[in-house]
Ligand binder design. Structure first.
Ligand code: GLY
Length: 369
């Protein structure tokens, strides 16, 4: 097992990463408990795959469990299921000193974390992320929340977990597509701040996707180390934490254009967005052509979506995509904020990206569809 500490003073915690952690969860969680009971919230898909093992692990330590399984999917991450979850936790008589466990992917982690943040003005919670995306990104760093009709993640709280248990074995139950979507976030860490990690992924990526446990352990550990470092330096995203949004401005526009559904998964959008962000950096004279070429070559070698042409169905024109991007961006005098890069592993926040260069980039990318 690898342990990555997240050092945030009184809110510090560990991310423990290893194979079979769900089977050991009782022993891992027991030291946190004031009384031997926990409430577990999961979704129906994850419950079928992992809940009996988690319940057995908790029972082996004499910990009583109450469990709630919500419907799977992004639609769950809204007011209706949030209210259901909070009311269920109250009915389960979860008290201030108790611990709530979130077992699942990003939707469950974000929703249950937010429920824990507001329940009795805040109770502790443990994240047991079961997807690659949740293990390397959403379970670490304390961003919790839900979507509303106005947009994604607009209601929420910073509420750090008390422990994260990332069971590498759970990744074996993911579809190849879901695994690769999560891999988009792994690549992002190399691209934003660690060129040697990116180089390692270029070599080991295929083994990792094929199921190599040691490679998976290393990739998740390095990703979590990088995220932990950034969160320690900038917990509430005043500056550096924004680097974690590399590729996300393009991604959010493409997700909106494709209806946040099966046509483009979030991690796929991140990969396409990273390729576009490097292309934009090159067009702005910030990095050599070699950088976007390497990014694209690696994503292609992994069988991932790289270009707008890889997204099935129609896409709106460049101006419409720009309008979608401007919706959640501050546009000042036609200038936009993007995460750009001076090379692989050298991302930075740019506040003055000329809109016309982005429009031209999108126009060219759409023309090659
Ligand atoms: N997923 C981006 C962040 O945690 O800041």
């Amino acid at each position: 097992m690898n342990i990555v500490p997240v050092k945030l003073g009184a809110r510090s915690y560990e991310v423990r990463i290893g194979e079979g952690l769900i089977d050991r969860a009782g022993a891992e969680i027991a030291p946190l408990l004031r009384r031997k009971r926990v409430a577990v919230v999961t979704d129906e898909t994850v419950a079928a795959l992992h809940l009996p093992r988690l319940e057995a692990a908790l029972a082996a330590e004499g910990i009583a469990v109450q469990a709630l399984a919500l419907p799977p999917g992004e639609g769950t991450k809204g007011w209706a299921q949030f209210a259901r979850c909070v009311e269920w936790l109250l009915e389960a008589k979860v008290e201030r000193k108790d611990v709530v466990v979130a077992l699942g992917g990003g939707v469950i982690g974000d929703l249950v974390g937010f429920a824990a943040a507001v329940l009795r003005r805040g109770v502790r919670f443990v994240q047991i992320p079961t997807t690659l995306l949740a293990q390397v990104d959403s379970s670490v760093g304390g961003k919790t929340g839900i979507n509303t009709a106005q947009g994604k993640n607009l209601v929420g709280a910073f509420h750090q977990p008390s422990l994260v248990l990332a069971d590498i074995g759970a990744l074996g139950t993911l579809t190849a597509r879901d695994f690769l979507a999560g891999y988009g976030e792994v690549v992002k860490y190399g691209l934003l701040g660690d060129p040697l990690f990116f180089e390692w992924l270029e070599v080991e990526g295929p083994a990792l996707a094929a199921g190599d446990v040691q490679a998976r352990l290393k990739a998740v550990t390095r990703s979590v180390e990088m995220k932990a470092g950034i969160v320690e330096r900038d917990e509430t995203e005043e500056g550096e934490r924004a680097l974690l949004n590399l590729g996300h401005t393009f991604c959010h526009a493409l997700e909106k254009a494709t209806g946040f559904g099966d046509r483009l998964l979030h991690g796929e959008g991140v990969a396409v967005g990273c390729a576009l962000a490097f292309e934009l950096s090159q067009r702005l004279g910030l990095c050599a052509q070699e950088a976007p070429s390497r990014v694209r070559a690696h994503l292609r070698a992994m069988g991932m979506k790289v270009d707008l042409a890889d997204i099935p169905g129609d896409l709106p024109g460049a101006e419409a995509l720009m309008a979608l991007m401007a919706q959640d961006k501050k546009v000042v005098d036609g200038k936009l904020r993007f995460i750009l890069a001076r090379g692989i592993g050298q991302a930075f926040v740019a506040d003055d990206v000329p809109g016309d260069v982005v429009t031209a980039l999108l126009r060219d990318a759409l023309a090659s569809r």
